[in-house]
Design a protein around this ligand. Structure first.
Ligand code: AP5
Length: 217
């Protein structure tokens, strides 16, 4: 299964990516996670990406494309992958075609997580992420037992720098202007499958797995 997840900030892509990747036994490749790991590690890539991420803008295509090309060339991605956060505009989608073509493969399906605007704002304002294992919590919808501490690994929970209200507003505008055209792009290629991403996390996972299994058969 070679799969792309698409949806607005806060749609639950990262949350669902974990379960979907586990179900289909494929690696989850999240461009946001790779950028954040580079920011934490203080690498040159991280320093460059941070400026764009903190502003809620996209990191330039040439930087992102090179990073994804390297990652898709790793052995664990040879039999399938789940891309979370890439492509994020039509130019990146064409670049993904070219990467896969060079690797002798192609994309199977694009899963869109559909959620209303008010809900994503609620989800992002309550999100807390573990500094250690990266697991994502929510203060109201999926709260940790002890405030500020990850139930899974006891790591410290933090609020992402790009989850403050002004930046969230801008990220949603960037999604509408630059990323949402991908929906029509993949519809026209008959590769898009859409699910309602409202409701309990487990219910959304069940819907996603059912839709992807149907698309594959
Ligand atoms: P990235 O990390 O990809 O951010 P995003 O796409 O804005 O998505 P989020 O991670 O904010 O949300 P999500 O959909 O994963 O939701 P989550 O599962 O966490 O990118 C960050 C930045 O990196 C970009 O702004 C850009 O600068 C850069 N970047 C990344 N990729 C790039 C690219 N290709 N090109 C250029 N730049 C790039 O869920 C959110 C919250 O909701 C959580 O608290 C969760 O617990 C909760 N939740 C999830 N599901 C449910 C549910 N069903 N019910 C209730 N709560 C739920």
């Amino acid at each position: 299964m070679r799969l792309v997840l698409v949806g607005p900030p806060g749609a639950g892509k990262g949350t669902q990516a974990e379960f979907i990747a586990e179900n289909f036994t494929i690696p989850k490749i999240s461009t946001g996670d790779i950028f954040r790991a580079n920011v934490s590690g203080g690498t040159d890539l991280g320093k460059l990406a941070k400026k764009f991420m903190d502003a809620g803008d996209l990191v330039p295509d040439e930087v992102t494309n090179a990073m994804v090309r390297d990652r898709l060339g790793e052995p664990d991605a040879s039999d399938g992958f789940l891309l979370d956060g890439f492509p994020r505009n039509v130019a990146q989608a064409y670049e993904l075609d070219s990467m896969l073509n060079d690797l002798g493969s192609s994309l199977d399906v694009v899963l869109e997580l559909e959620v209303e605007h008010e809900e994503v704002v609620k989800r992002l304002s309550g999100r807390r992420t573990c500094r250690n294992c990266g697991h994502v919590w929510h203060l109201e919808y999926d709260p940790p037992t002890v405030v500020g501490v990850c139930d899974r690994c006891s790591g410290e929970l933090y609020q992402r720098d790009d989850d403050f209200p002004e930046t969230v507003r801008h990220r949603l505008e960037v999604y509408s202007a630059q990323t949402s055209p991908l929906i029509e792009f993949y519809i026209s290629r008959k590769q898009l499958v859409r699910i309602d991403a409202l409701g309990a996390v487990e219910d959304v996972t069940d819907r996603a797995i059912a839709a992807l299994s149907a698309a594959r058969s």
